[in-house]
Ligand binder design. Structure first.
Ligand code: IMP
Length: 459
């Protein structure tokens, strides 16, 4: 193949410039502040309210794309009082206009996906859905393996949602994983399944002293059926998104989980098994990151997490119970009560830097109303040393004591504040926002003061 000379590079830049100068904006383009590629990521432990923020922008987008994770994620969106809980299908599905896309970096449990499609059909929604042919498939033995792994890992287990996430990503890396395209090619499926089944069988047997609950033949038959049902949705989504980009369409990437659950940048091993940060949109969808305009880090006004591992700002039981009940902090996927605590800006500082966040969407400020003084963690005290960044060392993380700054709280917020705008919010709330901006060097451009689409203020 011909190597790329400088001439090609200049040509590409001129095409790019002409294209961006003269192409007609896609519908809603201006509402996204002129951005054609927007990424929404979690700046904490997941459960920051990404579903609501994605939904808020989805109406202005032509494509809404998931790029990693699987049905371990749970996104709650409330529209006109109706609650929608989504796990795999992007939150944009609640609008007619955007196409929903599941990228190759996502891992798919076909039964869960078909259930979610049925759930949406029952609510009168017919998704326009495209699924990457290269996305890996969660098999029944992956879920069983998750259980075996959790028992084996003991205190080092992350508290998995047991959806088969770690085992399916491991099989992908072992290179005997099964991809969506394989479900439509029975001979290939049989060949690959045999290898993967045998491998997982030995593992489950050796580590968990169990046998795989379903036999290979019935899994094969079941997954051939899934292939038939899902075939109309399966395609090369990288190509489709490339052409959408060329045609000036607005694309919204919806991250799942959050920075501290990222397999590389999170608090390993108490993480999930994919990269949740914005940098993964390229590998997780086959779309270049060259043209990303906006990276919005969704940040809850306090923290919560399900699962195990160090959590320096965790609140003691009673105070935690109040916040948990007020904020309805129960896992969307597993229903487990979430651990809750004060806002940790050491975590958000890392999220701003690693994601290249252009702004913060600050959610659930209403939950902190009438709470009295508020503590915000600005650094950790580790063995007498002040630490402003997330340590890689698990030993140091376990020793981390939060260093708090106390800010005065605010009273009840009213619905008309969303109409009146940011300046109508209590001064102490605005000071809380300003404190965050100063500490992490990133503007807060979106404020959410309630679960409804309408309870959002854009600054
Ligand atoms: P897994 O991804 O199911 O293996 O779970 C690994 C860790 O990530 C556990 O601590 C889970 O509770 C957590 N986790 C996974 N997905 C989410 C999510 O969408 N929100 C919050 N926590 C999650």
């Amino acid at each position: 193949p011909r190597s790329r000379g400088l001439g090609d590079v200049y040509k590409r830049q001129i095409v790019h410039l002409v294209y961006h100068t003269f192409t007609k904006p896609a519908p809603g383009y201006m509402s996204l502040n002129g951005s054609k590629i927007t990424v929404i990521v979690g700046a904490q432990w997941g459960d920051e309210g990404k579903g609501k923020i994605t939904d808020y922008f989805a109406g202005e987008s032509d494509y809404v794309v998931r790029y990693h994770g699987g049905n371990n994620a749970g996104h709650t969106v409330i529209v006109n009082g109706s609650i929608f809980k989504l796990h795999l299908i992007p939150s944009g599905v609640l609008y007619d206009h955007p196409v929903s896309v599941i990228g190759n970096g996502v891992v798919i449990d076909p039964a869960a996906l078909l259930n979610e499609l049925q759930y949406l059909h029952n609510k009168g929604i017919q998704p326009r859905l495209n699924i990457s042919d290269r996305a890996h498939v969660i098999m029944p033995y992956h879920k069983q393996m998750d259980d075996v792994l959790t028992n084996h890992q003991g205190v080092l287990a992350a508290g998995s949602t047991k959806r088969g996430i770690a085992p399916v990503y491991a099989d992908k890396m072992f290179r005997h994983g099964i991809r969506m395209i394989d479900l439509t090619e029975p001979d290939i499926l049989k060949e690959k399944l045999h290898r993967s089944y045998e491998f997982n069988h030995k593992l489950i047997n050796a580590i968990g002293d169990q046998v795989i609950q379903e036999d290979e033949k019935s899994i094969y038959r079941e997954y051939c059926q899934y292939g038939k049902k899902l075939a109309p949705y399966i395609k090369d989504v990288s190509l489709e998104l490339y052409s959408a980009q060329q045609n000036g369409k607005a694309i919204l990437f919806e991250g799942a989980q959050g920075i501290s659950l990222d397999i590389d940048h999170g608090i390993y091993p108490y993480t999930t098994s994919s990269n949740s940060i914005a940098g993964n949109i390229a590998t997780g969808t086959g779309v270049s990151f060259r043209d990303i305009d906006r990276i919005i880090g969704v940040t809850k006004a306090y923290i919560s997490r399900v699962g195990i591992g160090p959590l320096p700002t965790e609140l003691p039981l009673e105070k935690g119970n109040d916040l948990r009940e007020k904020g309805k902090e129960y896992g969307t996927t597993t229903g487990r009560p979430r651990r809750v605590g004060w806002l940790d800006l050491v975590q958000v500082r890392q999220a701003v830097r690693v994601n290249g966040m252009t702004e913060i969407a600050l959610t659930k400020l209403d939950i902190l109303s009438n709470n009295g003084d508020l503590s915000v963690c600005t650094a950790y005290n580790i063995d007498g040393q002040l630490e402003q960044e997330m340590p890689a060392s698990l030993h140091r993380f376990r020793q981390a004591e939060p260093v708090y700054h106390t800010l005065p709280g605010w009273g009840q917020l009213s619905d008309d504040m969303t109409e009146k705008g940011y300046e109508s919010l209590p001064e102490n709330l605005r000071n809380y926002v300003k404190f965050i901006e100063d500490q992490v060097s990133c503007p807060v451009s979106i404020i959410s003061i309630g679960p409804e689409r309408s309870q959002t203020i854009i600054r």
